[in-house]
Every structure is written in structure tokens, then in C-alpha cells.
Design a protein around this ligand. Structure first.
Ligand SMILES: [Zn+2]
Length: 451
């Protein structure tokens, strides 16, 4: 939670900072940035405490726009290795059907800890597996996020189209439409905070066109509008999906989305790879945003999101690590590098630079989660920062500190602040015993996968 009785803190003289007019750093008070300190200036804010950032490169806190925390419990599963999306899902559904509340809590806590240590200050999570006994998955998740102090946009996911009805998932992991809608309304009423500085927000997120009925897609869009919360789903991830949509609905995925009332600025979509030029223009006009998941797309060989065409059309692009089972890591700073490399290989060195990749993970991601109070270092914004040191072998002798983070492969933040509070200090999460967490997490994985 935000500590609103702090003295002002000057994060002073950073090695570099991703902000204009803040060469001497920023002043933070009551959880917000109150002042940028330009070159040659001193803070106008009285009685500031000082944090010497002389060894730190300061970024706006990174924002993760797509993930499935529970999948940290199914990393590098032998039966799912080297499979494409649909058979890969089919190999994992039976394991996910055995999830327990304890395992879920450990998987979620581990995912968030990993994100925090990589410089993430706000994350989404797309949780869509609700087997019997896990009806309060979102509640478990909110508690875990609050314990860690991470800012979150948790989605109440859903699946109601199982094998019985021509869908992909087994019957044991889906729920009926009434149950899904009632619980969606419950978790929004209970946990969603509106407005600047929100620490917990809820969005609604049917899993994908191949695991949800048309009726649920439509009713979820209506509910999101009524409750004024965001909407999320996977779309245009694979060619399999195009074929499925053609067979099932006799149209392409975006046509289907529009037909369900989903083509709007309330929506951010994971992946967005297989759109044509006309579809990109329609998405841009609607204000729909994309969570680009470079590691996941490369792991599953899904294709490459046409990020430059989308940005040229006026779309906003954020970054997502995606579920640990298709990335096997929840490291957002590594995702910045992966997106930089993937997009540069597609578009060339003059069109994609390190600042583009950092923009996707900050202001671009903020657009995906529908917020203007995070993602940029500016007066009035939330005091969310990721601070990296360049004291590893990989950075030795590097020139431009901001470029070095991306080009040399930064992967672990030294300090992370959320709402004015340090949630990572000296590369550690205060109050969290990582060795103990890994021991308990690994034990839960053995139980889950052992059957
Ligand atoms: Zn995903």
C-alpha cells in the first residue's frame, strides 16, 4: 500500500534517467513525483531526504501487460516441450486442472517476485483456470500482490467452451457463464480501485476465441462497460486460431471480436500477430492496444507482431512476458531486450532502437492498462521507478547507460519503488525469503506434476 506520510525524497544525480529535464533526479513525496530536477538546479521542495543515485540508471517502473502467473508451476514440462500452441495447451490443461489454492499462491508469489526483481512496478495477470476448489483464485492473487506491494491489474479470466462443446480445454477447467459473470462482478466490487494511484485493479478476460462461447464474449463486454473496467483476451496469436475461427464462426478473429462488441479502446489484446493492414487500421481507429510478447512468440514460433506498422497506424504497443510456461521466465527487463532484438531483426537498425523498446515497456504498456499516472517520469505521476546498477561484467566499459541496459542485457534491478515505497532494495525483496519460496514452490510443482 502507498505510504502517504513520507518525507520528501530526492533521488539524486542518477547516472542516467529516462526523462527530459531530470538530469539531477526527481523528488518524491506522498507516493508521487512532485518535482523533476534539471541540470544545474537543486530541488525547490523543502526538507528533502537524499537517496544518492550516482550508481543507478533510473527508468519509469516497467509495466507488464500480459502474464499467467500460475504457469510458473509448469515450466519446461517435458511433455509440452517443442509443441505448437494447441497441442502444447492440451499437454498442460490436465496439470492445471489439479491446481490447489496453496500451489496457486506459491506460483503467483514467485511470478510477482521475479517480475519485481526485473524492474517491474505494475503487472497484469490473466488467470483463466478455475477448477473445482479454486473459485477464489482472484482473491488469493490480490492478497499475494498486497503482501509484495506490487501494483496490479488482475484479470478475472474465464473459459466456458470445453471439449464437450467443440472447444479446446477439458470440462474440468471451465465454468458456466452465470458463474463467471457473477464472480466477475463480485471481484470488481470487492477489489477494483478506480483513479490515480490505484494499487489493485480488476479487468475481465475471457481466455480466447477457442475456449469461450460467443454469448460469454458479448455478456463480458457488456459487464465491463457497465462496471467501467478494462477488457482483455488473446487474439491473432497463431494461424491455428485463424483456421478455428473460420470453421467455427466463418470469419477472421478480428471480425469475430468486433461482432462480439470488443473492438474498442477498453480492450488490450495479447499477441496481435496475424492481423492484415486493413485490420490494423480498424484496431487503430478503435484505440485497441496490443500486449507484444516477444519471448513467448519466439518460443512457440507463433510469428512476429507487426509493431512498426501498428505504431505507424497510431496504435499503442506494450510488452508482456506471457505465461511462464511459454516464456519460462517472468523477467520484464529481458523481455525489453527480446522485443528489441525481434523487432529490429524484422524492421532493421534504423527503425528500432533501444528507446523504442523502453517506450513499449513504459508509456506503451501504460496505455494498454488504461493509465496515465504511471509509465513516465513526470511531475504528478506515481513514484514508480526501476533502478539498475551497471556493476556486472556485462556492462563493463559501456558508453550510453540507457542503451547499455538493453544492449548489454540488464536483467536484475538493484532497487524498485512503487508509490514512493521501496519494494526491492539492494537486489532483494524486503521480508521475502527467496530460498524458502523456491523450496516450497518446487515442492508444489513436484506434487502437481507427479499426479
Ligand atoms: Zn497468454
Amino acid at each position: 500500500m502507498t505510504n502517504d506520510k513520507q518525507p520528501a525524497l530526492w533521488i539524486k544525480d542518477p547516472l542516467a534517467i529516462l526523462a527530459d529535464g531530470a538530469e539531477r533526479g526527481v523528488v518524491v513525496r506522498d507516493g508521487r513525483i512532485v518535482e523533476l530536477v534539471a541540470a544545474g538546479q537543486s530541488p525547490g521542495t523543502p526538507d528533502v531526504k537524499i537517496f544518492d543515485a550516482g550508481q543507478h540508471v533510473v527508468l519509469p517502473g516497467l509495466i507488464n501487460t500480459h502474464h499467467h502467473f500460475y504457469q510458473t508451476l509448469t515450466r519446461a514440462v517435458p511433455a509440452a516441450l517443442d509443441r505448437e500452441l494447441f497441442p502444447w495447451l492440451q499437454a498442460l490443461y490436465p496439470i492445471w486442472a489439479r491446481l490447489t489454492p496453496e500451489a496457486l499462491d506459491l506460483g503467483m508469489t514467485l511470478a510477482m517476485a521475479e517480475l519485481m526483481l526485473s524492474g517491474c512496478t505494475t503487472t497484469t495477470d490473466h488467470h483463466y483456470v478455475f477448477p473445482a476448489g479454486l473459485e477464489d483464485s482472484v482473491d488469493i492473487e490480490v492478497q499475494a500482490a498486497r503482501r509484495l506491494g506490487l501494483r496490479v491489474l488482475l484479470t478475472r479470466g474465464s473459459m466456458n467452451l470445453s471439449q464437450r462443446d467443440g472447444g479446446l480445454p477439458p470440462d474440468s477447467v471451465v465454468q458456466d457463464e452465470d458463474t463467471i459473470l457473477a464472480d466477475s462482478e463480485r471481484v470488481v466490487a470487492r477489489y477494483h480501485e478506480a483513479g490515480d494511484g490505484a494499487m489493485v485493479q480488476i479487468a475481465l478476460a475471457p481466455c480466447s476465441p477457442f475456449s469461450v462461447t460467443t454469448s460469454l464474449m458479448r455478456s463480458t463486454a457488456g459487464l465491463a462497460q457497465r462496471l467501467n473496467v478494462r477488457l482483455h483476451t488473446h487474439l491473432a496469436e497463431s494461424e491455428d486460431e485463424n483456421r478455428f475461427c473460420q470453421q467455427m464462426h466463418n470469419c477472421r478473429p478480428l471480425d469475430y471480436l468486433e461482432d462480439c462488441g470488443w473492438l474498442s479502446d477498453r480492450v488490450w489484446l495479447a499477441h496481435g500477430i496475424h492481423f492484415d493492414a486493413g485490420e490494423i487500421r480498424r484496431l487503430a481507429r478503435a484505440g485497441t492496444t496490443i500486449a507484444h510478447c516477444a519471448c513467448s512468440n519466439q518460443t512457440l514460433a507463433s510469428g512476429t507482431c507487426p509493431v512498426c506498422e501498428m505504431e505507424e497506424a497510431g496504435m499503442r504497443i506494450g510488452l508482456g512476458v506471457d505465461g511462464s510456461a511459454s516464456n519460462d521466465a517472468s523477467n520484464l527487463m529481458q523481455e525489453v531486450r527480446a522485443a528489441f532484438l525481434l523487432q529490429r531483426s524484422r524492421y532493421g537498425v534504423t527503425k528500432v532502437g533501444h528507446l523504442d523498446a523502453l517506450r513499449w515497456a513504459t508509456t506503451g504498456s501504460a496505455a494498454c492498462v488504461g493509465r496515465t499516472d504511471i509509465g513516465a517520469i513526470m511531475a504528478g505521476a506515481q513514484a514508480d521507478f526501476a533502478l539498475f546498477k551497471l556493476d556486472e561484467l556485462r556492462f563493463s566499459g559501456s558508453g550510453d547507460p540507457l542503451a547499455a541496459l538493453v544492449l548489454c542485457g540488464a536483467h536484475r534491478a538493484d532497487r524498485v519503488m512503487v508509490g514512493g515505497r521501496w519494494i526491492v532494495e539492494n537486489g532483494q525483496i524486503p521480508g521475502l525469503d527467496l530460498a524458502d519460496l523456491m523450496r516450497r514452490h518446487s515442492a508444489a510443482v513436484r506434487t502437481l506434476q507427479g499426479g
